[in-house]
Design a protein around this ligand. Structure first.
Ligand code: KG4
Ligand code: ZN
Length: 342
């Protein structure tokens, strides 16, 4: 008999709900909050309010699309962190109340583990090949950049990560400097397709081990644009696609350099990308090339499952459900990875 899990995601600026039958997506509904674009980033207070407005219609729609009655649900999985505390409280409180009233288990999910396990989701009728443990995973999102050795569904070894900005933040900040709206990653990706990535050179940090740094790149990009605007006020407009392609090239190079270094030292056959930035077409291509040269198998989440969604929360919930790993009603959300470990 199938297990039906309702997943709820509300860690940042997307209110999302999804219903799975085992690991197959029956519905995947996302209400993205447009309210933040004019501020150039997510405003936490506004995010919490928008979650409060969206959560009931989004869950209702997810159940309707899945053609599942709430009484058929086996359990409810929700994001417990990391993320914005006010946003997490909306999703977690709703999930607890709903599970309590339906008398079904509640399952807390870590948002970062969920991005990784998005690679285990399938769509109806799809026979999807999934990565084999242990595999190497690069998680690149707006809040995190991590290199992991994934030994099992919930045994993820941290090999390295960013010491300052996340890769998605680097895309978003570069976009903001260019006067583009938020989130800037997808806009840069689109512009970069028409541009010359070798036109401008931006040097990347080369930290020891498997660590990344993007704040220096952002500052050098900012100064470069500022200096050129002094002599040509149309510098951005005249070079927009080339600037987008060049900064994207630098970010991707930084990511692939470290992935190449990890691959050299670990014999895992499968390598995996996860997180919002894994939607980037340049990064996907560069990783495909790297995997081919190193004779590894590359797994990429389908584009709609790269950025925040609730199907990835539900699939984590599914594997926890199968292990009988349930939570209690007094679990509290955590805003950062560090807070979770304390
Ligand atoms: O995983 P995600 O939805 O949220 C977090 O958990 O942070 O990632 C959002 C990030 C944003 O920084 C956004 O600009 C970036 O992913 N992003 C992209 C692309 N699509 C989303 N960055 C580069 N190219 C893309 N196509
Ligand atoms: Zn995310």
């Amino acid at each position: 008999m199938s297990v039906y899990i309702l997943g709820i995601e509300s860690s940042c600026d997307d209110t999302a709900a999804s219903v799975l039958s085992d690991t197959t997506i029956l519905s995947n509904v996302i209400a993205s909050q447009k309210v933040h674009s004019e501020f150039g980033g997510v405003v936490p207070e506004l995010a919490s309010r928008a979650h409060q407005q969206n959560i009931i219609p989004v869950i209702d729609t997810a159940l309707k699309h899945a053609k599942i009655n709430k009484n058929q649900l086996s359990a409810i999985a929700y994001t417990n962190g990391p993320g914005l505390l006010g946003s997490l409280l909306v999703g977690s409180s709703f999930a607890k109340a709903m599970a309590y009233s339906l008398e079904i288990p509640i399952i807390e999910v870590d948002h970062l583990q969920a991005h990784v396990l998005a690679n285990f989701l399938s769509k109806p009728g799809e026979k999807k090949k999934v990565p084999e443990f242990p595999f190497l995973c690069l998680t690149v999102s707006g809040g995190h950049t991590q290199l992991l050795k994934v030994n099992d569904y919930f045994e993820m070894e941290y090999l390295g990560g960013t010491i300052d900005d996340a890769a998605g933040e680097a895309f978003d900040k570069a976009a903001k400097i260019l006067g583009l709206s938020y989130p800037g990653g997808p806009i840069i990706d689109k512009l970069a397709k028409e541009g010359n990535s070798k036109k401008f050179h931006f040097s990347i940090a080369n930290l020891p081990d498997y660590n990344f740094s993007f704040s220096g790149l952002k500052t050098s990009f900012l100064y470069f644009i500022r200096d050129n605007l002094k002599t040509n006020s149309n510098f951005i407009q005249e070079n927009l696609a080339d600037l987008a392609a060049s900064i994207q090239y630098a970010i991707i190079k930084s990511l692939t350099n470290k992935m190449a270094a990890v691959i050299k030292n670990y014999s895992c056959r499968d390598i995996v990308l996860a997180g919002g930035v894994s939607a980037n077409s340049g990064l996907r291509e560069a990783m495909q090339l790297l995997a081919k040269n190193e004779k590894r198998n590359l797994y990429l989440p389908s584009i709609d499952l790269t950025t925040d969604n609730a199907a990835m929360i539900a699939v984590c919930g599914y594997y926890k459900f199968m292990n009988g790993n349930f939570s209690t009603l007094n679990a509290t959300p955590y805003s950062s990875v560090q807070q979770h470990q304390e």
